[in-house]
Unconditional design. Structure first.
Length: 60
C-alpha cells in the first residue's frame, strides 16, 4: 500500500517537472522571438531615421 502511494507521488512529481520544463522552454522561446522582433523594428526605425536625416541634409 505504501509502495502504491509512493509510486503515485513519484509519477506526480515527474509529471510536474516535465510540465515545468516544457513551459519554461516555451517561455524562453517566446521571449527570444519578442527580442528578435524588437531588434528588427529598432533597426528599421534607425534606417528610416538615417534616411530622413540624409534627405533633410541634401535639401538644405
Amino acid at each position: 500500500m505504501i509502495g502504491l502511494i509512493f509510486s503515485q507521488v513519484i509519477l506526480f512529481v515527474v509529471a510536474a517537472l516535465i510540465g515545468f520544463g516544457i513551459g519554461w522552454r516555451a517561455y524562453i522561446m517566446s521571449g527570444a522571438q519578442r527580442r528578435n522582433e524588437a531588434a528588427r523594428e529598432t533597426e528599421d526605425l534607425r534606417a528610416a531615421l538615417t534616411e530622413a536625416q540624409v534627405r533633410r541634409a541634401r535639401g538644405s
